[in-house]
Design a protein around this ligand. Structure first.
Ligand SMILES: *Cc1c(COP(=O)(O)O)cnc(C)c1O
Length: 355
């Protein structure tokens, strides 16, 4: 059928490939940075009661005010900052990009980093500038200074810790970027629960920086909930771009209850950090494997032949992320999410066997 889609859709969209999510039935799933632990069983009856009480015949609270308060309290968002919620932090990236998309405006991000920064820039009609990291995944300040000067980016996205490399960038570098940027700088703390440092307590000191978080990596990925904290002048504008009912009633009810038990979620994150330390130590003893330090709930590895290793893991029903072909700096790398002790042991045994 001649639908004329190829004529009518913007060429930069035609050129994209859709974000691929592989099927994982029957696999040990270590590819997507999910928390392997379920919500505590003992709390599930209460969770269900909260979900059952939601009025599904009504539109949700458009401002999600109860949930916003629960998040503020759980994460101790400083009083001088406002927050806006998103259907995952992916939606927040989209809200920021849409709001900043003046004709010719540029979104700047580092490479390799979270692929949605570039994809969403394209969706929203922003120009995109990717600044390569150094070989050890640090910010290349000289290249960054030049790029900021030349591109004058409307918005800069910095993942802290970075995905898929797992490291925290230098704070001095980030301070300099915020100070020297003509536009907004978004610190993306998707992995804050696993990291030793955060910008939460100093974001209010900067007029042009905001902080983004998500509950996805904390054990609530299925709810789709992210937040942006920043000065009211920024949040007010982003709130206009947000679709009114973007946080559905079940998410509002479920997340409000779950965040009352934030300590239980953080305890799971602590367990994963301990597992991460053990995995890092073990992996460092594997001949032929280079292990990169991690402040997140995943580990980046370099192996002699990442495609072969990925396929061999797959044939053993273990799914990790093959990052090896996504960027030259990531040649022959795999990214493995920290799972349960049993899952991690299965991965370690399989890798030892394969290498
Ligand atoms: C996972 C991830 C996100 C998106 O998380 P949501 O599930 O959309 O909240 C954002 N930034 C980074 C760096 C991530 O790794």
């Amino acid at each position: 059928m001649n639908t004329r889609a190829a004529e009518l859709i913007r060429p930069e969209i035609l050129a994209l490939s859709a974000y691929a999510v592989p099927s994982s039935d029957g696999f040990i799933k270590l590819d997507a940075m999910e928390n392997p632990y379920t919500f505590p069983e003992a709390l599930k009856p209460q969770l269900m009661a909260h979900l059952a009480a939601a009025s599904l015949n009504r539109y949700p609270d458009a401002g999600a005010s109860v949930l916003r308060e629960a998040i503020r309290e759980a994460m101790q968002i400083p009083a001088e900052l406002d927050i806006v919620l998103g259907n995952g932090s992916d939606e927040i990236i989209q809200i920021i990009a849409a709001a900043c998309a003046k004709p010719g405006a540029t979104l700047l991000a580092f490479e390799p980093s979270f692929v949605m920064f570039k994809m969403i820039a394209t969706f929203c009609g922003l120009r995109y500038a990717g600044v390569p990291l150094t070989a050890d995944f640090a910010i290349d300040m000289e290249a960054t200074r030049l790029a900021i000067k030349k591109q004058q980016p409307a918005v800069v996205f910095i993942a802290y810790p970075n995905n898929p490399t797992g490291n925290l960038f230098s704070r001095d570098a980030i301070h300099e970027i915020i100070t020297n940027s003509p536009g907004l700088v978004v610190i993306d703390e998707a992995y804050f629960a696993f990291a030793s440092r955060s910008f939460l307590d100093e974001i209010a000191n900067f007029p042009n920086a905001v902080l983004m978080r998500t509950v996805s990596k904390l054990g609530l990925a299925g709810l789709r909930l992210g937040l942006l904290a920043g000065h009211p002048e920024w949040i007010r504008e982003f709130d206009k771009v947000r679709l009114p009912y973007n946080i559905n009633s079940l998410t509002q009810a479920g997340a409000t209850f779950a965040l009352k038990h934030y300590v239980a979620l953080l305890a799971q994150a602590t367990t994963l950090r301990i597992e991460r330390t053990q995995m890092l130590a073990l992996l460092r003893t594997y001949p032929g494997v280079t292990v990169f330090a991690s402040e997140a709930n995943f580990i980046l590895l370099r192996v002699p032949d990442s495609k072969k290793t990925f396929d061999a893991l797959l044939s053993r029903k273990i799914l990790v992320k093959h990052t090896g072909t996504s960027h030259p700096l990531l040649a022959n790398t795999l990214r493995v999410t920290i799972g349960t002790p049993t899952e991690n042991a299965a991965f370690l045994a399989a890798l030892r066997d394969i290498i």
